[in-house]
Design a protein around this ligand. Structure first.
Ligand SMILES: [Zn+2]
Ligand SMILES: [Zn+2]
Length: 335
């Protein structure tokens, strides 16, 4: 029994429960247990044999029963029942996505903005996972509460990156930004700054309740911007607490596909954006994808391992997910 497979089953349970407001706390408990298993990779079979699954951090009696069922049968009856109740059945055209083939994460934060770790700690976290690259993408200036980065601070950050790069063998650090998509679809940094960065993720963070027509214009503009590489958490939703933006998804996804801009599946359990259903639509519109943790601390890199089921459910083959390619292929796609 693969701990990652179990983590993904618990992650999906957390995801489905989150959609029912009354189950908010249980949803969080399942997501937390999934995270702890994805991080620690415990030997589930031996814990199951000795009836000590509750020794795993975040696993109480209830979750232990679900885990036990999964370890013994490779299935979770509880998950199957939830899928039925939520009318989100497993699909027969799911793709194969194996975390062992995942090459690196392009969306992460450091204490240059709202991350809780230094760039070195994040880089070492990526190195420990065997990643061959890591995108450092802190916030842009508009997000003042988190001390977003302007051009000068980006230059200072690039100096630190050169120093950190010397200390992490095998991981190519990519300097990037998570730039805010402003209300009119313009970006929160000038083109001359975006142009020199390795990774530009354009994300909607505020004014998500704009009228659909205005929101569509806003997103279309970002999805055709020559320096944008990725649209980050494209709806801005927070399952169970905040509905995402509403716009002409098909038009925006097609525009992104046309301009070679990838769409993100943000694996943070609080976001899980795009959802599998939306990602499937984007796939049909011809888009490429990135699956990222949007990590604010090294432990959060594990969100990807536990949420890969989302890409599978959407039926996206790994050839269409840039994180499964080499750093060379990634930078070519981001050119
Ligand atoms: Zn964001
Ligand atoms: Zn982010």
């Amino acid at each position: 029994m693969d701990a990652i497979a179990a983590a993904q089953a618990l992650s999906e349970i957390g995801y489905l429960l989150r959609q029912n407001e009354k189950e908010r706390f249980r949803a969080k408990a399942f997501s937390a247990a999934a995270w702890s298993i994805a991080l620690q990779r415990p030997d589930l079979e031996s814990l199951q044999r000795t009836e000590s699954l509750t020794q795993i951090e975040g696993v109480g009696e209830g979750i232990a029963r679900v885990l036990s069922d999964f370890v013994q049968t490779g299935q979770s009856r509880y998950l199957n029942r939830l899928r039925e109740q939520m009318q989100q059945p497993a699909r027969d055209d799911e793709s194969e996505l194996d975390f062992d083939d995942y090459q690196g994460d392009v969306h992460s934060h450091t204490n240059w903005s709202d991350g809780r770790a230094t760039m070195l700690e994040m880089a070492q976290g990526a190195q420990a996972l065997g990643y061959s690259y890591l995108g450092i993408t802190d916030h842009s200036p508009r997000i003042t509460v988190v001390h977003g980065l302007n051009a000068e601070r980006l230059v200072a950050q690039s100096r630190e990156m050169a120093e950190v790069q010397k200390q992490v063998d095998g991981v190519t650090l990519l300097q990037g930004i998570e730039v805010d998509i402003l209300e009119d679809g313009a970006l929160d940094l000038p083109d001359a700054v975006l142009e020199i960065l390795d990774v530009v993720i354009a994300s909607p963070h505020v004014k998500l309740r704009q009228e659909p027509a205005a929101m569509t214009e806003r997103m279309l503009r970002a999805a055709s911007h020559p320096h944008v590489d990725v649209i980050g958490h494209p709806t801005g939703r927070r399952p169970g607490s905040r509905e995402g933006a509403s716009y002409d998804f098909e038009a925006v996804f097609k525009e992104a596909a046309k301009h070679g801009i990838a769409l993100e599946i943000d694996a943070d359990p609080a976001r899980m954006d795009l959802s599998p259903e939306m990602a499937r639509l984007a796939f049909q519109c011809g888009c490429n994808f990135v699956v990222d943790a949007d990590a604010h601390a090294p432990a959060e890199f594990a969100y990807v391992a536990m949420a890969l089921w989302m890409g599978r459910r959407a039926g996206i083959p790994k050839e269409r997910i840039l994180n499964f390619g080499s750093v060379h292929e990634l930078t070519m796609a981001f050119e």
